[in-house]
Write a protein that binds this ligand. Sequence first.
Ligand code: ZN
Length: 274
Amino acid sequence: MIHNIDPHEFHNEWKPRHPAKDDIVFGFDRNNVILRSDQTFFHYGDLDSSHEYVYLFSIDDTGFFLTDIPENDRAISLNINVARTYEPRWLGFACAVAWHLYSWRRVNRFCGVCGSQMINDGKERAMRCPNCGNIVYPRINPAVIVGILSKDNKILITQYAIRHGEYRHDALVAGYCEIGESIEDCIHREVKEETGLEVTNLRFYKSQPWPFSESILFGVFCDESGGNLIKIDRKELRSAVWKARDDAFDVPGNASLTAEMIQVFRDGKVSCGE
Ligand SMILES: [Zn+2]
């Protein structure tokens, strides 16, 4: 998965510092990341030191910073989805997390209470209003990925409706947690809404940060509780079909929790009724 970057170590503890020559600097423009002409990321040494550099996090001893890359230096601009498959993977992960922080900062330039311009808090990873003291932390949306297993040990594979953008491959039931709702309630509601099915025997598999949707994903397997026809929500899904372990699947790459959960199923490591 994208956040498994062994042997590298991700350090998100708040220890801001000034950038050094070999530290990496990300610049974004809405959903795009700005790259050098050879499709590598900028180092601090490449850029004018008079810009503002915002400390983000470190991996091993490399610091990662955010800046507004000047127009003249913008060689290549690619959709942030490039980070899903970027090699080396630890830099792809760093790019995705940096974009998550960029997106949070971009929509919090002004205080939602009094309208003043927000500043970096400095003491923690937060934006602070210098006028009224309002503090805004990075937003992380909780969401679920649900592997539903049938009594004859098939898995429910969905395909998102076109409005969800370019991901047209096999997926699992997924959705965001609503206000006032537990993860368990969210799973039952999303499965019911998208497919009409009831499920039982929820068992947590793994979680995953998924910066592309500013999310933390909770991966859960569960069992269909029987007798229900699939009635899909056409606004959410194009299709929902049961697939056996040796059926053909369309799952590109191994960056996502969804891909890993489907692989775990195909390898026979998870079964209904366990
Ligand atoms: Zn304010």
